[in-house]
Design a protein around this ligand. Structure first.
Ligand SMILES: [Zn+2]
Ligand SMILES: [Zn+2]
Length: 430
């Protein structure tokens, strides 16, 4: 059986090792290992393959923006070996049939594990619970449910959803946005929105839902996951909930860790996103929370849009930005380059913890006997960001910025999806 040996890579705990992969398993970690295909990995950091709990792959229905194939290629280039695909497709992923279709498209593409997220409500309409049990029992084995893009704003529906998924260990991922407080909102409500004359999106619209939902989760005794925290107040609520023993996890996106509402002054809709970019004080609070563990994970909220949806006036433009190929670099900037955290934490927020939240045992740990899902990063690389390499969409807010680190190899189920920075065609890895 052919084996791959990754020579002289550094693990997140600092040990320099050889890693031998046979078939789809990590067979040995040690020194002086031999194998059929030996890859020099000196200077590279080897981490468990990244897991994105929040990706929009757009298929079925919006293939002009992205497909499962192009989205998962983009993911592999970003070091991911699993992505969780949000349900706001057309048709909406609210039945066993649709989630099974998305799961199959992922297997066909072959670049990462695609786990479909099931909608909480029928058609994302917030009126009637979707068939959560049928999606959980389907071949797609859905464990994460979300109406992302929309908030489950009805408290009774949210309570019922929490009760329902508790029975089978599922989790609701809430897009926290009180719709009545954000009607027509275009950007963060604050100094900049007043100056620009754009309708403001107040922090309280996010924070009031998070406060309500952590209390509902406590009441039901269920767990809850909060998508894309964007404000200092949201961090404080999650911190309070955790201190009270409430079973809540939270995510932050790369863009909310790096960009602020000052960018809206350009009137370039590339910076229009939901939830909106906030202030410097919010960014600092989010960074601190990611470092101290209040925020559990980084998730991309990769939201591809065709050029015409962004190449227009701010008010008419779509919300969202891509981010699969740059997420690890932003995490490295915030955790490593800042000197405030380490590779163990980066591996936790981009791999172990998202896998744990999703109940996924095939990702999240680089250890002997585990499925060979890993990524190798050159931490010293400096990249000037161009457009995404594989994604169909180019709404990338980091274009022309310098970011640290580069994904050199990605290995999914024991096969290279990315080798020396280049995407490996599916035929070559089959
Ligand atoms: Zn969202
Ligand atoms: Zn989203």
């Amino acid at each position: 059986m052919n084996s791959i040996v990754l020579k002289g890579a550094q693990l997140s705990d600092g040990r320099e090792v050889d890693i031998r992969i046979t078939a789809d398993k990590i067979e040995a970690i040690g020194s002086n290992l031999a194998g059929d295909q030996v890859i020099d990995c000196s200077g590279l950091i080897a981490l468990a393959g990244f897991v994105d709990l929040h990706t929009h792959l757009r298929e079925p229905g919006y293939e002009a923006s992205e497909t499962v194939l192009t989205g998962t290629q983009s993911a592999a280039l970003g070091g991911f070996t699993a992505v969780h695909a949000m349900a706001n497709t057309d048709p909406v992923a609210d039945t066993a049939g649709v989630v099974e279709q998305i799961r199959s498209l992922g297997i066909e593409a072959g670049y990462v594990d695609v786990f479909p997220i099931g909608a909480v409500t029928v058609g994302l309409e917030g009126k009637q619970l979707a068939e959560l049990g049928a999606m959980a029992q389907s071949k797609a084995a859905v464990k994460v449910f979300s109406d992302d893009g929309k908030c489950v704003s009805d408290p009774l529906l949210m309570r019922r959803a929490l009760e329902y998924v508790k029975a089978f260990g599922g989790v609701i991922a809430q897009h926290a946005q009180e719709p009545r407080l954000t009607e027509g909102a275009q950007m963060n409500a604050g100094l900049v929105s007043s100056e620009l004359g754009l309708a403001g999106w107040p922090a309280v619209a996010e924070e009031s839902i998070i406060a309500r939902d952590v209390l509902l989760a406590e009441h039901v005794g269920s767990r809850i996951h909060i998508c894309h925290l964007s404000t200092k107040g949201s961090v404080e609520i999650v911190r309070w909930a955790k201190s009270r023993g409430i079973n809540v996890t939270a995510e932050v996106t790369p863009h909310h860790l790096l960009l602020t509402d000052e960018l809206a002054r350009s009137y370039d809709p590339i910076y229009k996103v939901n939830p909106p970019l906030r202030t410097e004080a919010d960014v600092l609070a989010l960074r601190e929370a990611l470092i101290d563990g209040t925020i559990d994970i980084v998730a991309t909220d990769h939201a591809p849009h065709p050029i015409e949806a962004k190449d227009c006036e701010w008010n008419a433009a779509a919300f969202g930005m891509v981010g699969l190929e740059t997420a690890a670099s932003v995490a490295q900037l915030v955790l490593i380059e800042s000197g405030k955290s380490d590779w163990k934490r980066l591996e936790s927020v981009l791999s172990s913890k998202p896998a744990e939240i999703a109940g996924d045992g095939n990702h999240g740990e680089l250890a002997v006997g585990r499925t060979a899902n890993l990524t190798l990063i050159d931490p010293k690389a400096q990249r000037k960001i161009a457009r995404e390499t594989a994604s169909k969409s180019v709404n990338n807010p980091y274009t022309d910025r310098e970011l640290p680190g580069a994904v050199i190899h990605t290995i999914f189920n024991g096969r290279f999806t990315v080798l020396n920075g280049a995407l490996q065609k599916q035929e070559e890895i089959a």
